[in-house]
Design a protein around this ligand. Structure first.
Ligand code: HEC
Ligand code: HEC
Length: 204
Protein backbone atom coordinates (compact mmCIF):
# COMPACT_ATOMS: atom_id res chain seq x y z
CA UNK A 1 0.00 0.00 0.00
CA UNK A 2 1.28 3.46 -0.89
CA UNK A 3 0.89 6.19 1.66
CA UNK A 4 -1.38 9.12 0.86
CA UNK A 5 1.66 11.36 0.39
CA UNK A 6 3.24 8.91 -2.10
CA UNK A 7 0.01 8.76 -4.07
CA UNK A 8 -0.28 12.55 -4.13
CA UNK A 9 3.32 12.83 -5.37
CA UNK A 10 2.54 10.35 -8.15
CA UNK A 11 -0.60 12.19 -9.22
CA UNK A 12 1.11 15.58 -9.12
CA UNK A 13 4.15 14.28 -10.99
CA UNK A 14 1.88 12.90 -13.66
CA UNK A 15 -0.04 16.14 -14.07
CA UNK A 16 3.10 18.26 -14.29
CA UNK A 17 4.70 15.95 -16.85
CA UNK A 18 1.61 16.26 -19.03
CA UNK A 19 1.99 20.02 -19.19
CA UNK A 20 5.69 20.84 -19.28
CA UNK A 21 7.31 17.96 -21.12
CA UNK A 22 8.33 14.52 -19.90
CA UNK A 23 10.54 15.72 -17.06
CA UNK A 24 9.53 19.35 -16.93
CA UNK A 25 12.90 20.53 -18.27
CA UNK A 26 13.56 23.05 -21.03
CA UNK A 27 15.17 20.28 -23.11
CA UNK A 28 12.07 18.08 -22.83
CA UNK A 29 9.84 21.00 -23.74
CA UNK A 30 11.88 21.85 -26.85
CA UNK A 31 12.09 18.22 -27.90
CA UNK A 32 8.35 17.72 -27.64
CA UNK A 33 7.55 20.94 -29.45
CA UNK A 34 10.08 20.76 -32.29
CA UNK A 35 11.71 17.35 -32.62
CA UNK A 36 9.49 14.50 -31.48
CA UNK A 37 7.61 14.21 -34.78
CA UNK A 38 10.80 13.12 -36.56
CA UNK A 39 12.86 11.66 -33.70
CA UNK A 40 10.22 10.04 -31.48
CA UNK A 41 7.99 7.00 -31.70
CA UNK A 42 5.84 8.46 -34.49
CA UNK A 43 8.96 8.43 -36.67
CA UNK A 44 10.14 4.84 -36.26
CA UNK A 45 9.48 4.23 -39.96
CA UNK A 46 11.38 7.33 -41.12
CA UNK A 47 15.10 7.32 -41.93
CA UNK A 48 15.80 9.56 -38.95
CA UNK A 49 18.31 8.78 -36.21
CA UNK A 50 17.33 7.78 -32.69
CA UNK A 51 18.74 10.51 -30.44
CA UNK A 52 17.78 8.99 -27.09
CA UNK A 53 20.92 7.99 -25.19
CA UNK A 54 23.28 9.62 -27.71
CA UNK A 55 26.45 11.37 -26.45
CA UNK A 56 25.49 14.95 -25.55
CA UNK A 57 28.62 16.42 -27.16
CA UNK A 58 27.78 14.65 -30.43
CA UNK A 59 24.22 15.99 -30.41
CA UNK A 60 25.53 19.52 -29.86
CA UNK A 61 28.20 19.17 -32.56
CA UNK A 62 25.73 17.81 -35.11
CA UNK A 63 23.30 20.65 -34.46
CA UNK A 64 26.12 23.16 -34.88
CA UNK A 65 27.18 21.46 -38.13
CA UNK A 66 23.60 21.72 -39.43
CA UNK A 67 23.50 25.39 -38.38
CA UNK A 68 26.74 26.22 -40.18
CA UNK A 69 25.93 24.10 -43.24
CA UNK A 70 28.89 21.75 -42.75
CA UNK A 71 26.32 18.98 -42.72
CA UNK A 72 23.22 18.99 -44.92
CA UNK A 73 20.04 17.06 -44.14
CA UNK A 74 19.86 14.93 -47.26
CA UNK A 75 16.34 13.60 -46.88
CA UNK A 76 14.09 16.25 -45.42
CA UNK A 77 16.14 19.41 -45.86
CA UNK A 78 14.66 20.54 -42.57
CA UNK A 79 17.42 19.91 -40.00
CA UNK A 80 19.45 22.87 -41.27
CA UNK A 81 16.53 25.26 -40.80
CA UNK A 82 15.47 23.76 -37.47
CA UNK A 83 19.01 23.92 -36.07
CA UNK A 84 19.37 27.55 -37.20
CA UNK A 85 16.47 28.48 -34.95
CA UNK A 86 18.14 27.11 -31.81
CA UNK A 87 20.22 29.21 -29.40
CA UNK A 88 23.33 27.79 -27.72
CA UNK A 89 21.27 27.36 -24.55
CA UNK A 90 18.58 25.45 -26.46
CA UNK A 91 21.25 23.15 -27.90
CA UNK A 92 22.75 22.43 -24.48
CA UNK A 93 19.31 21.79 -22.98
CA UNK A 94 18.35 19.43 -25.83
CA UNK A 95 21.67 17.57 -25.71
CA UNK A 96 21.45 17.08 -21.97
CA UNK A 97 17.82 15.95 -22.11
CA UNK A 98 18.29 13.54 -25.03
CA UNK A 99 21.45 11.99 -23.60
CA UNK A 100 19.56 11.18 -20.41
CA UNK A 101 16.73 9.39 -22.24
CA UNK A 102 16.45 5.61 -22.53
CA UNK A 103 16.91 4.44 -26.15
CA UNK A 104 14.59 1.51 -25.37
CA UNK A 105 11.75 4.05 -25.14
CA UNK A 106 11.90 4.24 -28.94
CA UNK A 107 9.85 1.32 -30.07
CA UNK A 108 11.94 -0.13 -32.91
CA UNK A 109 10.70 -3.44 -34.22
CA UNK A 110 13.36 -5.89 -35.29
CA UNK A 111 12.46 -9.20 -36.87
CA UNK A 112 15.11 -11.37 -35.26
CA UNK A 113 13.43 -14.48 -36.62
CA UNK A 114 13.56 -13.55 -40.30
CA UNK A 115 15.50 -15.67 -42.78
CA UNK A 116 19.18 -14.79 -42.81
CA UNK A 117 19.13 -12.61 -39.68
CA UNK A 118 21.56 -14.72 -37.67
CA UNK A 119 24.02 -15.15 -40.57
CA UNK A 120 24.01 -11.42 -41.35
CA UNK A 121 24.40 -10.55 -37.66
CA UNK A 122 27.41 -12.86 -37.21
CA UNK A 123 29.10 -11.71 -40.45
CA UNK A 124 28.39 -8.06 -39.57
CA UNK A 125 29.96 -8.44 -36.14
CA UNK A 126 33.09 -9.82 -37.77
CA UNK A 127 33.27 -7.07 -40.40
CA UNK A 128 32.77 -4.38 -37.73
CA UNK A 129 35.62 -5.87 -35.68
CA UNK A 130 37.95 -6.34 -38.69
CA UNK A 131 37.33 -2.78 -39.86
CA UNK A 132 38.14 -1.48 -36.38
CA UNK A 133 34.97 0.62 -36.29
CA UNK A 134 34.71 0.17 -32.54
CA UNK A 135 38.03 1.96 -32.04
CA UNK A 136 36.14 5.22 -32.42
CA UNK A 137 32.50 4.24 -31.98
CA UNK A 138 32.69 2.19 -28.81
CA UNK A 139 34.53 4.86 -26.85
CA UNK A 140 33.38 8.20 -28.28
CA UNK A 141 36.87 8.68 -29.73
CA UNK A 142 37.04 11.64 -32.17
CA UNK A 143 33.40 12.42 -31.27
CA UNK A 144 32.23 9.25 -33.01
CA UNK A 145 28.57 8.80 -32.04
CA UNK A 146 26.98 5.73 -30.52
CA UNK A 147 25.76 3.52 -33.32
CA UNK A 148 25.03 0.31 -31.43
CA UNK A 149 21.26 -0.12 -31.41
CA UNK A 150 20.71 2.72 -33.95
CA UNK A 151 17.82 2.38 -36.41
CA UNK A 152 18.66 0.18 -39.42
CA UNK A 153 17.19 2.52 -42.07
CA UNK A 154 19.19 5.45 -40.70
CA UNK A 155 22.45 3.46 -40.53
CA UNK A 156 21.99 2.48 -44.18
CA UNK A 157 21.39 6.09 -45.12
CA UNK A 158 24.40 7.40 -43.18
CA UNK A 159 26.76 4.76 -44.56
CA UNK A 160 25.66 5.46 -48.14
CA UNK A 161 26.20 9.20 -47.53
CA UNK A 162 29.75 8.56 -46.33
CA UNK A 163 30.48 6.24 -49.20
CA UNK A 164 29.28 8.73 -51.81
CA UNK A 165 31.05 11.60 -50.03
CA UNK A 166 27.97 13.81 -49.50
CA UNK A 167 28.61 13.60 -45.76
CA UNK A 168 32.13 14.03 -44.46
CA UNK A 169 33.78 12.27 -41.54
CA UNK A 170 37.38 11.33 -40.84
CA UNK A 171 38.37 8.10 -42.57
CA UNK A 172 34.86 6.93 -43.35
CA UNK A 173 35.02 6.90 -47.17
CA UNK A 174 38.38 5.06 -47.14
CA UNK A 175 37.10 2.51 -44.65
CA UNK A 176 33.98 1.78 -46.69
CA UNK A 177 35.49 1.92 -50.18
CA UNK A 178 36.02 -1.82 -50.50
CA UNK A 179 32.75 -2.91 -48.86
CA UNK A 180 30.30 -4.99 -50.86
CA UNK A 181 26.52 -4.53 -50.69
CA UNK A 182 26.42 -7.63 -48.51
CA UNK A 183 28.99 -6.11 -46.09
CA UNK A 184 26.77 -3.04 -45.65
CA UNK A 185 23.72 -5.19 -45.08
CA UNK A 186 25.54 -7.37 -42.54
CA UNK A 187 26.95 -4.49 -40.51
CA UNK A 188 23.57 -2.72 -40.46
CA UNK A 189 21.87 -5.92 -39.26
CA UNK A 190 24.55 -6.34 -36.60
CA UNK A 191 24.48 -2.76 -35.28
CA UNK A 192 20.71 -2.37 -35.28
CA UNK A 193 20.30 -5.89 -33.87
CA UNK A 194 22.58 -4.97 -30.99
CA UNK A 195 19.52 -3.37 -29.47
CA UNK A 196 19.55 -6.71 -27.69
CA UNK A 197 22.64 -5.55 -25.85
CA UNK A 198 20.86 -2.47 -24.65
CA UNK A 199 18.62 -4.80 -22.68
CA UNK A 200 15.46 -3.51 -24.30
CA UNK A 201 13.73 -6.75 -23.48
CA UNK A 202 13.90 -7.89 -27.13
CA UNK A 203 14.90 -11.47 -27.76
CA UNK A 204 15.50 -13.96 -30.51
C1 HEC B 1 11.11 17.16 -40.27
C2 HEC B 1 11.83 16.11 -39.57
C3 HEC B 1 12.83 16.52 -38.50
C4 HEC B 1 12.61 17.32 -37.40
C5 HEC B 1 11.34 18.06 -37.00
C6 HEC B 1 13.85 17.28 -36.63
N1 HEC B 1 14.77 16.49 -37.25
FE1 HEC B 1 16.67 16.07 -36.61
N2 HEC B 1 17.00 14.95 -38.26
C7 HEC B 1 16.10 14.73 -39.27
C8 HEC B 1 16.73 13.96 -40.34
C9 HEC B 1 16.07 13.50 -41.63
C10 HEC B 1 18.07 13.74 -39.93
C11 HEC B 1 19.17 13.00 -40.71
C12 HEC B 1 19.67 13.89 -41.80
C13 HEC B 1 20.77 13.33 -42.64
O1 HEC B 1 21.77 12.85 -42.07
O2 HEC B 1 20.67 13.39 -43.89
C14 HEC B 1 18.20 14.38 -38.62
C15 HEC B 1 19.37 14.39 -37.88
C16 HEC B 1 19.51 14.95 -36.63
C17 HEC B 1 20.71 14.90 -35.81
C18 HEC B 1 22.01 14.17 -36.16
C19 HEC B 1 22.05 12.86 -35.40
C20 HEC B 1 23.05 11.86 -35.87
O3 HEC B 1 23.01 10.72 -35.36
O4 HEC B 1 23.89 12.18 -36.69
C21 HEC B 1 20.45 15.56 -34.66
C22 HEC B 1 21.39 15.78 -33.48
C23 HEC B 1 19.09 16.05 -34.74
N3 HEC B 1 18.53 15.66 -35.95
C24 HEC B 1 18.46 16.77 -33.75
C25 HEC B 1 17.18 17.31 -33.87
C26 HEC B 1 16.59 18.16 -32.88
C27 HEC B 1 17.24 18.52 -31.56
C28 HEC B 1 15.37 18.55 -33.37
C29 HEC B 1 14.39 19.51 -32.74
C30 HEC B 1 14.94 20.81 -32.36
C31 HEC B 1 15.18 17.89 -34.66
N4 HEC B 1 16.32 17.16 -34.92
C32 HEC B 1 14.05 17.99 -35.45
C33 HEC B 1 14.77 15.14 -39.31
C34 HEC B 1 14.19 16.00 -38.40
C1 HEC C 1 38.60 7.52 -36.85
C2 HEC C 1 37.39 7.29 -36.10
C3 HEC C 1 36.28 6.50 -36.79
C4 HEC C 1 36.32 5.22 -37.28
C5 HEC C 1 37.49 4.24 -37.27
C6 HEC C 1 34.98 4.93 -37.77
N1 HEC C 1 34.17 6.01 -37.59
FE1 HEC C 1 32.20 6.10 -38.08
N2 HEC C 1 32.17 8.08 -37.51
C7 HEC C 1 33.23 8.77 -36.95
C8 HEC C 1 32.82 10.14 -36.66
C9 HEC C 1 33.68 11.22 -36.05
C10 HEC C 1 31.45 10.24 -37.05
C11 HEC C 1 30.56 11.47 -36.95
C12 HEC C 1 30.71 12.31 -38.17
C13 HEC C 1 29.94 13.59 -38.04
O1 HEC C 1 30.12 14.29 -37.04
O2 HEC C 1 29.12 13.87 -38.92
C14 HEC C 1 31.09 8.92 -37.57
C15 HEC C 1 29.81 8.60 -38.02
C16 HEC C 1 29.40 7.32 -38.35
C17 HEC C 1 28.03 6.95 -38.65
C18 HEC C 1 26.85 7.90 -38.65
C19 HEC C 1 26.21 7.87 -37.29
C20 HEC C 1 25.20 8.96 -37.04
O3 HEC C 1 24.59 8.96 -35.96
O4 HEC C 1 24.99 9.80 -37.90
C21 HEC C 1 28.03 5.62 -38.94
C22 HEC C 1 26.83 4.78 -39.32
C23 HEC C 1 29.40 5.15 -38.84
N3 HEC C 1 30.21 6.22 -38.48
C24 HEC C 1 29.79 3.86 -39.06
C25 HEC C 1 31.11 3.42 -38.98
C26 HEC C 1 31.55 2.09 -39.37
C27 HEC C 1 30.63 0.97 -39.86
C28 HEC C 1 32.90 2.07 -39.18
C29 HEC C 1 33.88 0.95 -39.51
C30 HEC C 1 34.03 0.71 -40.94
C31 HEC C 1 33.31 3.37 -38.68
N4 HEC C 1 32.20 4.17 -38.59
C32 HEC C 1 34.61 3.73 -38.33
C33 HEC C 1 34.49 8.26 -36.68
C34 HEC C 1 34.92 7.00 -37.01
Amino acid sequence: MRTLVERLVLILGFTVSGVAGADGSRGAELFEAQCISCHGNAAVDLKTPVLHGQEPAYIARSLEAFQLGGRIDQIMSSMNEIASGLSNEDISALAEYLASQDPCAIDLQIDYGRDGFQEEFAAGREKYAQSNCGHCHDSFHHYAPRIVGQKAAYLELALSQFKSGVRLAPMMPQLLASWTEQDFKNVVTYLSGMRLMRACGDHY
